[in-house]
Design a protein. Structure first.
Length: 87
């Protein structure tokens, strides 16, 4: 069974460990695995809530741009196929 934590909760968990609480205690208290903690730490370490919101916006924008590029690549392939046929 997976627990889902919001990004705000993740920041809170990381701040607990940064404030001197032993990492093992934080992990046990919140029921998370050590690899999960260190993955979160590498991604969210040092972020403030407003920076987290900006990160979400950038990730959303990046996804949209990737979809646009994929659509354009498909259009290019389709046009090349149409142009290569002898009518």
């Amino acid at each position: 069974m997976k627990k889902r934590h919001t990004e705000e909760q993740i920041l809170g968990i990381l701040k607990e460990a940064e404030q001197g609480k032993p990492v093992a205690d934080v992990l046990r208290e919140h029921g998370i695995a050590a690899p999960t903690y260190y993955r979160w730490k590498s991604k969210y370490s040092g972020l403030e809530p407003n920076q987290l919101q900006r990160l979400r916006e950038l990730e959303r924008e990046n996804g949209q741009l990737k979809r646009i590029v994929a659509d354009q690549a498909l259009d290019i392939v389709m046009l090349k196929d149409v142009n290569s046929k002898n009518w």
